[in-house]
Design a protein around this ligand. Structure first.
Ligand SMILES: Cc1cc2nc3c(=O)[nH]c(=O)nc-3n(C[C@H](O)[C@H](O)[C@H](O)COP(=O)(O)OP(=O)(O)OC[C@H]3O[C@@H](n4cnc5c(N)ncnc54)[C@H](O)[C@@H]3O)c2cc1C
Length: 431
């Protein structure tokens, strides 16, 4: 498990924790509990599953090892992209048009679910509209035009626009992009506040949430016995929602994902004008690199910037020093800007970059491996798991039917192979 500095609250020291709204303490599990469903993990996947289950009338316990939103959900970039991690050209090639269209439609429902949750529960997560994808090298030129046409013609999605170099500069003050795609219906949000909002909604809907309650084991029986150091939950169903933080809890699914660390910084408040001179509006931006750079402005006019990753258990000793060069490559004009926060988080990727959902037994469900496209997909995964437990597995089965592969070498040897592969792709980024 990752060793890192925590705040007295038990959260990592991030810009998001410093600006959290609606954070409350939930008790630690003690003694024996009974529930219909025990959800393990308090991020988007687990909370969405728990809330949707409670709304269907299930009696739910959610166990989080640390604090709600402690994992990737409370630390991520906050960019809610349209579609899946792979674009529609790739999903059409892999699965044909019908399945590709179905996956696209699911992703649209996922974005709508987030919008609706924000309104329904009044979640103060600074929801923003729009996302720009900057083309960083010639090889990808033409892709924004082709994609926006394909989406308008075949996916009933006329909201993407291709921008030439001059138009791109009207959105973002960088020379780093040759052209861009602007998607007016993608979203961005304060991820920790969204997570806390989901937790409060779940609690109000009757979910019994326990923090600082790390699950040590669960039995492969029906009902299952889920155990922490101080308590246990006997439940008819178990949902594993631990993603990059799964560690050794369930080796059978750990083999299908690779945990990787990604890093972010937040500058000092730049002042409204300087911030808007940098990005001419409040929307998310990422580029076409394999190791993606992503950024946006915060409510208090900071640049929140994510860039760089590593594939070990440890974070770099000085995260600010590690990420700053990525930021300066895009915005050299920020050379004098102080960095106020720097942090890392762990996500998980699959071999084919498609999400990994399934059942280990009829009563044990899991979802993981969103491969950096987790805000919409994790939230939707929780919803379709809840539907499946409720007896309607149509949408769950579409995800569960996606192909999955084991990392070569399984949990022991996946790291050396991954490091080599990542080195290769990051080299291609630079060529
Ligand atoms: C730095 C960074 C930037 C990112 N940026 C973006 C972005 O801009 N857009 C996007 O779409 N995606 C992004 N992602 C990915 C996205 O954040 C994740 O895919 C998503 O949050 C996964 O949600 P989750 O609930 O499945 O997992 P997590 O949020 O990681 O939650 C898992 C939880 O399980 C808990 N847990 C683990 N083991 C146990 C146990 N034994 N008992 C109890 N609890 C346990 C952990 O403590 C953790 O809180 C980013 C990720 C990182 C790290």
């Amino acid at each position: 498990m990752q060793k890192e500095k925590k705040l007295p609250s038990g959260h990592p020291d991030t810009y998001y924790a410093a600006t959290a709204v609606g954070m409350r303490e939930f008790a630690t599990l003690a003694g024996a509990q009974r529930a219909d469903v025990c959800v393990i993990g308090g991020g988007f996947t687990g909370l969405s599953a728990a809330l949707n289950l409670a709304e269907q009338g299930f009696d739910v316990v959610l166990l989080e090892a640390e604090r709600i939103g402690f994992g990737a959900s409370g630390r991520c970039g906050g960019l809610v992209g349209s579609g899946q991690r792979k674009d529609v050209f790739e999903t059409e090639e892999a699965f044909g048009f019908e399945r590709s269209r179905q996956l696209w439609d699911f992703a649209e429902l996922a974005k709508n679910e987030i919008r609706q949750r924000v309104v329904k529960h009044g979640i103060p997560c600074d929801l923003q509209d729009g996302q720009l994808v900057g083309v960083h090298k010639k090889r990808y030129q033409g892709w924004p035009q082709e994609l926006s046409e394909a989406l308008a013609e075949r996916y009933n999605y006329p909201f993407c626009q291709s921008l030439d170099a001059k138009q791109t500069r009207e959105y973002v003050a960088t020379d780093g992009f040759l052209e861009a795609l602007y998607d007016s219906q993608a979203l961005a949000l304060h991820p920790l506040n969204y997570t806390l909002g989901l937790a409060n909604a779940a609690s109000q809907a009757g979910v019994r949430i326990f923090e600082r309650s790390r699950v040590r084991s669960y039995s492969r029986t029906d009902p299952s016995l889920v155990e922490t150091s101080q308590g246990s939950v006997k439940s008819d169903f178990v949902v594993l929602a631990c993603n990059g933080y799964l560690d050794k809890l369930e080796r059978r699914i750990a083999r299908k994902i690779m945990p990787i660390n990604n890093f972010m910084i937040a500058t000092e408040p730049l002042g409204e004008q300087r911030a808007l001179d940098l990005i001419h509006g409040r929307f998310g931006i990422h580029d076409t690199r394999f190791v993606v750079d992503y950024f946006r402005l915060s409510e208090d006019h900071r640049l929140l910037f994510g860039g760089g990753e590593n594939y070990r258990r440890e974070f770099p000793a000085d995260i600010s020093k590690f990420v700053r060069p990525y930021m300066l490559k895009i915005f050299p004009q920020l050379d004098d800007a102080r960095i106020d926060y720097a942090w890392g988080g762990t996500l998980s990727v699959t071999v084919n970059r498609l999400p990994h959902l399934g059942r280990l037994k009829p009563n044990v469900f899991f979802a993981q491996g969103y491969s950096g496209h987790g805000i919409s997909t994790a939230n939707f995964a929780g919803k379709v798991i809840a539907e499946a437990i409720g007896g309607t597995a149509t949408r769950f089965d579409v995800f569960a039917g996606l192909p999955t592969h084991m990392f070569p070498g399984g949990t022991l040897l996946r790291y050396p192979g991954m490091v080599l592969a990542m080195f290769y792709y990051s080299l291609i980024d630079r060529l």
